[in-house]
Design a protein around this ligand. Sequence first.
Ligand code: HEC
Ligand code: HEC
Length: 369
Amino acid sequence: MLVPAIVLLATILVLVVLYVLDDALGTLQERIGHARKGGLSWSKRITWMLLALVVAQFFLPSDILDPKAPAPEPLPQAATFDPDSFWSGPDTTRLAFLDDERENLIRYGRELIANTAHYIGPNGTVMQNTNALNCQNCHLDAGTKPWGNNYGAVWSTYPKIRARSGKLETVAKRVNDCVERSLNGTALDSTGREMRAIIAYMEWLGTGIARDQKPKGSGIVELAFLDRAADPQRGEQVFEVKCVSCHGKDGQGMLKADGVTALYPPLWGPLSYNKGAGLYRLSRFAGYVKANMPQGATYLSPQLTDAEAWDVAAYVNAQPRPERDLTGDWPDISKKPVDHPFGPYADPFPEQQHKFGPFGPIASYYKKP
Ligand code: HEC
Ligand code: HEC
């Protein structure tokens, strides 16, 4: 742009000089008694043409002399997963094809999932609200890991009626459930930038997934029930061998050098999820851990047997953690999942069995016509 601009200025300068000279010449001719003749008119015409050319090139496409490069194919904002393989989220490079405002909002949502505590944790930069956990500690790889409690089925299934609240729940309501329970905080303002960003991210994750469709590997894997109760004592042994190295003998994990976010998140105690959280249900914990823990495990290469997963779940969930008033939950008690650890129940089984199992008999009780 610089060179053409200089040429433009130079041309204008030459024109001005030509006009001044021409005028001077004319005046001179008059003085010596000749009639005015457009002495420099050809020079002026040529310079005008040059000026027109210089101006015109500003409006020509800059690559007019380049060999024709194919225009970049706009990538569709559609997930290319096929229903037979694991869903692992759309490609983030596709975000570049959205308008900037939308792209920024989605990226902020993803960032909030990955580094929640940094923004809204105990020393958060946006607000001080939640515990030490990041959403991503439980929803791995920003909610895209197959069987890593991912968000593959969120946009396609919400709003939906959930038995826990007995109400139609929007994505915002469901996100706030985790904020209030898993993150032991207070609900985010559903019109605030943080919630709008998280929702935008969920919507983007859901591109290409039809209504009510659940991509393969979304959520938490369901383990078969043990035919005995899960055993906290055996679980403690599993914990010693397979979990202590990162989560610590006291289950408190380890903070990063910033002192704000967790390198290894706490599994119980004041900074962990409260008793209303999903992981406080044994089946959720066992399924999550089976496909994802110790860190590095996947659904296809697990490192625990099913029994170890159930037992370690029993051990961890027998430890102290924040309480939560759950009196509003499960308005229809017959809809409680078999492993909901708090009565009353619409069945004769004791609370202890709902907490640790065996769950098979409870499940069959509800299956009876
Ligand atoms: C301590 C672990 C934990 C943390 C931290 C956590 N969640 Fe969750 N979340 C869960 C569990 C467990 C479920 C229930 C999964 C199930 O029942 O299959 C869940 C479910 C969800 C769902 C519904 C998924 C579905 O397919 O129905 C959404 C949405 C969600 N969480 C969002 C969030 C967001 C956003 C954050 C951070 C603000 C967060 N969660 C933090 C454990 C956690
Ligand atoms: C090599 C280190 C390592 C080992 C060993 C390990 N974890 Fe984890 N665990 C992590 C990390 C890191 C996260 C957070 C994952 C993330 O943010 O991507 C995590 C997250 C979790 C979470 C969800 C977040 C929370 O704090 O509630 C649970 C539950 C969990 N681990 C249980 C276990 C259990 C049970 C074992 C033993 C069977 C275990 N982990 C072994 C590193 C480990």
